[in-house]
Ligand binder design. Structure first.
Ligand code: AMP
Length: 365
């Protein structure tokens, strides 16, 4: 469907593919603007169902359900990058899909994403395509050890990923990732990981939140801190990289670019790790820590509304509540400076994101 430029305001029905915590927080933000969320997801139970006006519980391949969904909404967005290409194409032919299918196609495959980013002249880890154990042996010879083997698709939070150490056998490592199409990445000896969460509107308007610093534990984001320990010139380069990526993708909505920050005698420099074509966990701090939250910003961007200010309100720390950490909800609520967000998931399981908590130190000025 052709790109529409007129803003979609109150009364709009925003379709959201996926029903997890990101969809839940998008739906809540949409409600603030008088926009109703219609969530489409295959699961019977989901965090987003508690807060959306309508839901469709159906498979992403169910064309009858998708057609009815497309007819019932004014536009569709999504909370995850693994939306099947056929689903995205089916919806894009019937309604407005933002971000568009092209952004999904590039970002859901690590090989095409790396080629795309490198093609923009931005630094990425050295990489090789790996389609079998023999390719892997050659790639290890080229990139050395340690290195990181990653499936091209469906990887998240360290899943589908194996570190190639001094003694790792290529055949064992390839089997470990399920013998799936993969890439090998040279190991980046980074000082820390940072990300840029930003929004681009259909008219090309762009607004980036401040660079944030992310600490992972067991491959899952544990803490985000703002400001990041990054030199101003490097922060500018990271935001410029995000802007160029969004421009090149013709992107509409909020997205995140994750970077490795490398520090050596020459100073700091950034290496792009990956692009997330959606609101992102490293942007959760914006709910209280920025003038406009990433969720409101996403709704504004996809609906063609003016973007809000991305200025931050102070120094911010966001902690994910993983597994039984969410059981401490009462103690967290007892801290008057803590902003608690729980996702309404039933049982806590190790490694499951159950909620997050944000603390903002207001600046004196
Ligand atoms: P990813 O799923 O690509 O974001 O990787 C998950 C985590 O693994 C990253 O946040 C890094 O901590 C680590 N990692 C991934 N790729 C590399 C690399 N090429 N060099 C060093 N560490 C990496």
């Amino acid at each position: 469907m052709s790109e529409r430029q007129q803003p979609l305001g109150p009364g709009t029905v925003l379709g959201i593919l996926g029903g997890g915590q990101l969809a839940r927080m998008i739906a809540l933000a949409a409600a603030d603007l008088g926009i109703r969320a219609h969530v489409y997801a295959p699961e019977a139970e989901n965090p987003a169902y508690d807060v959306c006006a309508r839901r469709t519980v159906a498979a992403y391949e169910d064309e009858d359900a998708l057609a009815a969904f497309a007819a019932a909404v004014d536009l569709v967005t999504y909370e995850f990058e693994n939306v099947p290409a056929a689903t995205a194409a089916f919806l894009e032919a019937r309604t407005l899909l933002r971000p568009g299918a092209a952004a999904l196609a590039v970002t859901q495959d690590r090989l095409s994403e790396k080629r795309f980013v490198a093609g923009l002249g931005l630094a990425v880890a050295p990489f090789r395509q790996v389609d079998g154990a023999e390719d892997l042996a050659e790639a290890i010879a080229a990139l050395g050890r340690p290195s990181v083997l990653k499936t091209r698709r469906f990887g998240y939070d360290g899943k589908g990923q194996v570190k190639i150490g001094a003694d790792t056998r290529p055949d064992t490592a390839f089997a470990e990732i399920g013998a799936a199409p993969a890439i090998l990445e040279g190991f980046v000896a980074f000082a820390r990981e940072v990300s840029v969460v930003a929004a681009r509107g259909p008219d090309g308007a762009f607004a980036a939140f401040d660079v944030c610093e992310n600490e992972h534990r067991h491959h899952i984001l544990a803490e985000t801190r703002i400001p990041a320990r990054i030199e101003p010139g490097c922060a500018e380069a990271a935001i410029d990289a995000a802007r160029r990526i969004a421009e090149a993708l013709g992107y509409v909505g909020v997205f995140a670019v994750e970077f490795f920050l490398v520090e050596d005698a020459a100073g700091q420099r950034i290496v792009v790790n990956e692009i997330a074509p959606r609101v992102h966990n490293s942007g959760h701090w914006t709910s209280e820590g920025a003038e406009t939250s990433q969720f409101h910003q996403h709704v504004r961007a996809v609906c063609g509304l003016p973007l809000g200010s991305a200025a931050r309100c102070g120094d911010v720390v966001m902690n994910n509540l993983i597994g039984d950490q969410a059981d401490d909800w009462l103690a967290i609520l007892a801290d008057p400076g803590a902003h608690l967000h729980l996702y309404g998931k039933g049982a806590s399981r190790p490694g499951r994101k159950m909620g997050h908590v944000t603390r903002v130190s207001r600046r004196a000025d």
